[in-house]
Design a binder for this molecule. Structure first.
Ligand code: PEP
Length: 250
């Protein structure tokens, strides 16, 4: 989108121990002096790796992020991690509302919205995810579902600086399947127009990422689609060569 610098964001999910830091260092090294001229980069690592990941990345162009946060700042929430904790550990961004959180932890649009507000409270950029299931697409409900999730998950006061949105069709995540270019274009145009309703004056500047089976082989085609301002990458972000291959689509 004209005037928007794209972002390629990795999501390591529940993958990575100390030994994965070498891969992160390889990502940082490959990114500098190459794709960094044209695109921003971020890797969202497990919370346990965050401080070491941010040490590994240092002050370079690749940023570190978290994958989820609790809505509260602190308290009796065993096992949860707050946005302030992520920030303290070196995160600049946090993913909220990933479909695996919505499914595995029954997160509703209301919960996702409160987590986005929590992200901002700590000074993090929220990456708010949504997307239709396979059944919803088959039933022809994709755009309707996106409208509902956008209205429910994006807080008032979202700006192009504090918020990134990610369209991730649930059936495309980790499956090797992607929507057609025409379907991606339709969904992203719809998202842009829905954002106008919830982010007055900000929608044209807000990054809309596509996520779901992005690989080096399909990145150029997907990233060239109108209103696609980068990628959220799961599996292919675990290997430096794959992640860099996607960043090189720009
Ligand atoms: C994701 O989980 O955000 C994702 C897009 O996964 P994958 O790239 O593996 O489909």
């Amino acid at each position: 989108t004209p005037g928007i610098r794209p972002l390629v964001a990795g999501n390591w999910k529940m993958n990575g121990t100390s030994s994965a830091l070498a891969e992160l260092a390889a990502i940082a090294e490959g990114f500098s002096g190459g794709p960094e001229a044209n695109v921003d980069a971020l890797i969202c690592v497990p919370a346990t790796l965050l401080s070491r990941a941010s040490n590994t990345l240092g002050s370079g162009m690749v940023k570190a992020g978290g994958q989820d946060c609790h809505a509260k700042e602190s308290g009796a929430h065993t096992g949860d991690v707050s946005s302030e904790m992520l920030k303290d550990a070196g995160a600049a961004y946090v993913i909220v509302g990933h479909s695996e959180r919505r499914t595995d932890h029954a997160e509703t649009d209301d919960v996702v919205r409160s987590k986005a507000v929590a992200a901002w409270r700590a000074g993090l950029v929220a990456i708010i995810c949504f997307g239709e299931t396979e059944a919803e697409r088959r039933a022809g409900k994709t755009l309707e579902v996106l409208s509902r999730q956008i209205a429910g998950s994006i807080p008032n006061d979202a700006t192009a600086e504090n918020t990134i949105v990610a369209y991730e069709p649930v059936w495309a995540i980790g499956s090797g399947l992607t929507p057609s270019v025409a379907d991606v274009a339709e969904a992203h145009a719809h998202i842009r127009s829905e954002l106008k309703k919830v982010m007055a004056g900000q929608a044209a500047k807000t990054r809309i990422l596509y996520g779901g089976s992005v690989k080096p082989a399909n990145a150029k085609e997907l990233m060239a689609v109108e209103n696609v301002d980068g990628a959220l990458v799961g599996g292919a972000s675990l290997k430096a060569s794959d992640f860099l291959g996607i960043a090189e689509a720009y």
